[in-house]
Each structure stands twice: as structure tokens, then as C-alpha cells.
Design a protein around this ligand. Structure first.
Ligand code: DGL
Length: 271
């Protein structure tokens, strides 16, 4: 039955596990299938065409597993490919941008919003368009912070390096006196403490993971697809490559040990 199918979640790599963590909190009785495109990460510096091609293959894979909904837990994929995926596939597909933007616009005081993300996300203009569609008067200052991803993956969370890099990237946002800052990348919530310290206590940080989980529950509920609460959920993990550090890294993002990870060959899903 449709209701018994899993939720599919995917990202370019491990970052989407921060979204999965929130989805588990919100929907503890749902089965989840996670896919991380470790072989081809990062997506943040790649073109729209390439990211869309990869995303399409992953949605084909998740569809072959029989999922009832897909959560695109990657800001770069959401920026470049969400609309295309929605046109090409029939199942509900949720992105990470709209839920975070809704929250940011709701709390933005003097309506000066900062957005940080990968190069692809910022260049795509997706956040800017989404914010303007809800609140045209908002002033938006967006900046790409490509070094944040490797810093987080190195585990250099609250170090001299992360503080220095954050000070450099966030300086223009401080000058512009933003009052709300959207963390538009899967990895940035891990640097929340440092970002808050550098940007100042007066700026509200918006991390879309929680909002995405709420939106997923909402969409499932509207479609009558929420499972009964008297069952144990299973979580399955698939990757396109399995480097030695994967499990250690994944544990940091998900907050729990992953026992089994299955490596699959993506060439089967090229259409
Ligand atoms: N998951 C990506 C994002 O949220 C960050 C990592 C990457 O560049 O692939 O945009």
C-alpha cells in the first residue's frame, strides 16, 4: 500500500543527514531511505546541467525503491533542479528552500535578510526569487561560502580556522546590518555557534531542516500517507561510493551510528 512506502531523502553527500535527523524526530514511525551521492560530491561548485542530471538519476533510483515522497535534502539541487524534477516525476517532491524562506520572512524584523550557501545556490538566485515572491520589499544580501563545507567535513567546527573564515565571509553581511540570516546549505547548521558569534546575537539564524521536516509531515498528512504509530521504523542508507571515513562523518551529521550502508552503481539509473 502507498501508505506503507518509505520516505526517500537524498543529498550530494552526508549533509542531508541533518535533514533526515529532523524528519526522524517529526515522523518517528516512517521508514526512510537515504541516498548520498558520495562519488560525485560536492554539487555546490557544479553546473545546473550536471546537478540536474545527477538528481534525476537519484530520483529514478529512489523511485525504483518504491518511496511515497521525496525530500531533496540539498540546497544546491533544490536551487537548480526542483522544478525539473517535479515536472518529470509524479510523486510529491519537497525542497529545502521554501520552508526555510517562509520561516525567515515570518521573523525578519527590519526586513534585511542575508542568505549564505554554495556557489551554485547563490548564483541560481533561487533563494532571492522565493523570498521576493513572499515579501517583495525584503532587501536580500547573499554570499557564497564554499570553504564552510570542507571545514565542517574536517570537523573543524569551533576552531581558529572556522572563526577566521566565517569573519571573512560574513563581514559584508555585518556591514549591511542584516537581521535574519538563512543558512542555505546542509552543512552550515553544524557551524551555527561560530556563525552566531561572528554575526552577532542580534541576528536570527534560520536553519531549514526543522521546517522541511514539518512540511514533509504536512504533505504526507494532506495525502493521507502517515503511517500508524504502533510500528518500528527502518532506516536504510545507500551511497554511490563508500570511502573509509563515511561512517564516522555520517555519525556526526545524523547524531547516531549507521550500521549498514549499501553502495550502488548509479550507471543503472542513467536515462
Ligand atoms: N549539500 C550541498 C548543499 O546543501 C552542500 C555540499 C555540496 O556542495 O555538495 O548545497
Amino acid at each position: 500500500m502507498e501508505i506503507d512506502k518509505a520516505i526517500g531523502i537524498f543529498d550530494s553527500g552526508v549533509g542531508g543527514l541533518t535533514v533526515m535527523k529532523e524528519v526522524i524526530k517529526e515522523l518517528p514511525f516512517e521508514d526512510i531511505i537515504y541516498f548520498g551521492d558520495i562519488a560525485r560530491t560536492p554539487y555546490g561548485s557544479k553546473s545546473k546541467e550536471t546537478v540536474t542530471k545527477y538528481a534525476r538519476e537519484i530520483v529514478h533510483f529512489l523511485s525504483s525503491q518504491g518511496v511515497k515522497i521525496i525530500v531533496v535534502a540539498c540546497n544546491t539541487v533544490t536551487s537548480f533542479a526542483l522544478e525539473t524534477l517535479r515536472q518529470e516525476f509524479r510523486l510529491p517532491i519537497i525542497g529545502v528552500i521554501k520552508p526555510g524562506v517562509k520561516k525567515a520572512v515570518e521573523i525578519a524584523g527590519n526586513k534585511r535578510v542575508g542568505v549564505i550557501g554554495t556557489e551554485g545556490t547563490i548564483l541560481s538566485g533561487a533563494y532571492q526569487r522565493e523570498i521576493k515572491s513572499i515579501q517583495p520589499s525584503v532587501e536580500i544580501i547573499s554570499i557564497s561560502c564554499p570553504l564552510f563545507v570542507p571545514i565542517v567535513e574536517e570537523g573543524w567546527i569551533d576552531t581558529e580556522v572556522s572563526n577566521l573564515v566565517a569573519s571573512e565571509y560574513l563581514a559584508p553581511l555585518k556591514t549591511k546590518k542584516i537581521d535574519t540570516l538563512i543558512l542555505g546549505c546542509t552543512h552550515y547548521p553544524m557551524l551555527k555557534k561560530v556563525i552566531q558569534k561572528v554575526i552577532g546575537d542580534g541576528v536570527k539564524l534560520v536553519d531549514s531542516a526543522t521546517q522541511v521536516a514539518i512540511e514533509t509531515k504536512d504533505v504526507l498528512s494532506k495525502n493521507g500517507l502517515i503511517r500508524e504509530s504502533n510500528r518500528k521504523a527502518t532506516h536504510k542508507f545507500y551511497v554511490s561510493d563508500l570511502p573509509p571515513k563515511f561512517k564516522e562523518l555520517a555519525k556526526r551529521f545524523l547524531g547516531e551510528e549507521i550500521r549498514e550502508v549499501i553502495k550502488i552503481d548509479m550507471s543503472e539509473f542513467v536515462k
